[in-house]
Write a protein that binds this ligand. Structure first.
Ligand code: ADP
Ligand code: ADP
Length: 225
């Protein structure tokens, strides 16, 4: 069975101005090692869907299962990467990646060093976020998410704030990470080219009322296994 199952998920936001249906009966299964991107116009429910899979919003109809278990809260099984890197400005690169784990633990030290190599930030271990370029900061955020060995990496327009040149570098970097680790990813973008470059399948959401318009299988760039 699929690693991640999204079954008949609906989400309505209630407010004084009325109800907004953000998602309407979304069904999707993501296999281990697969990169699935979600595209669609602004307001079509992309971020809402990703937050639900992250366990950040559990007030929904339908079920979201990870390895058959309902997702009821955020946990380290899910790595989340936002458009802004959300690094701690007062912590250097290696401490941002390690988070609450101690770098004095040899196993943690080794893992952090491996990840720094993976995201090509060797030499920047002691650098603080404000001295990093946007692309480098996002690579720190990716390393931080990967440290927990997440079963699925959730990326919400991770390169949306970057210039076109850096963005294309980052797309390559993410593919390198996938080639190395076969990390399962659910990737939100509004950039169709990015989705085509970076995913096995592309889920197209319709603007209203938050439904799946089509799911496109993409064999252009990525091998399956
Ligand atoms: P996208 O990420 O595709 O731009 P969103 O998931 O952010 O879309 O939003 C989907 C719909 O849900 C939009 O109509 C948006 O206005 C609405 N929405 C999102 N978050 C909230 C919220 N916290 N309260 C009320 N409405 C919301
Ligand atoms: P990308 O993240 O797409 O590789 P960047 O524009 O982030 O591209 O950075 C390109 C390279 O330039 C980095 O890998 C790094 O070697 C160097 N670089 C960028 N910003 C700095 C900085 N503040 N200090 C030192 N080197 C930097």
């Amino acid at each position: 069975t699929a690693l991640l199952q999204i079954r008949e998920v609906s989400k309505t936001f209630h407010s004084d101005g009325g109800d907004t249906v953000a998602l309407d009966q979304i069904g999707l299964a993501v296999n281990t090692g697969e990169i699935v991107s979600i595209i669609g116009p602004s307001g079509c429910g992309k971020s809402t869907l990703l937050k639900i899979v992250a366990g950040l919003d559990i007030d929904i109809e339908g079920d979201v299962l990870l390895e058959g278990e309902p997702i009821t809260r955020p946990s380290r099984e899910k790595g989340f990467i936002f458009q802004e890197h959300r690094l701690f400005p007062w912590l250097n690169v290696e401490r941002n990646i390690a988070g609450n784990l101690s770098l004095r633990d040899p196993a943690v030290r080794r893992q952090v060093d491996d990840l720094i190599t993976l995201v090509k930030l060797q030499g920047f271990e002691k650098t603080y976020p404000k001295q990093l370029s946007g692309g480098m900061a996002q690579r720190v955020a990716i390393a931080r998410a990967l440290l927990r060995n997440p079963k699925v990496l959730l990326l919400d327009e991770p390169f949306g704030a970057l210039d076109a040149f850096t963005r294309s570098h980052m797309q390559e970097a993410l593919l390198d990470i996938w080639r190395e680790n076969r990390t399962t990813m659910l990737f939100v973008t509004h950039d169709i080219d990015e989705a085509v470059f970076l995913s096995h399948r592309i889920v197209v959401l319709d603007s209203r009322p938050g439904r799946i318009k089509s799911i496109i299988t993409n064999d252009l760039t990525l091998p399956r296994k």
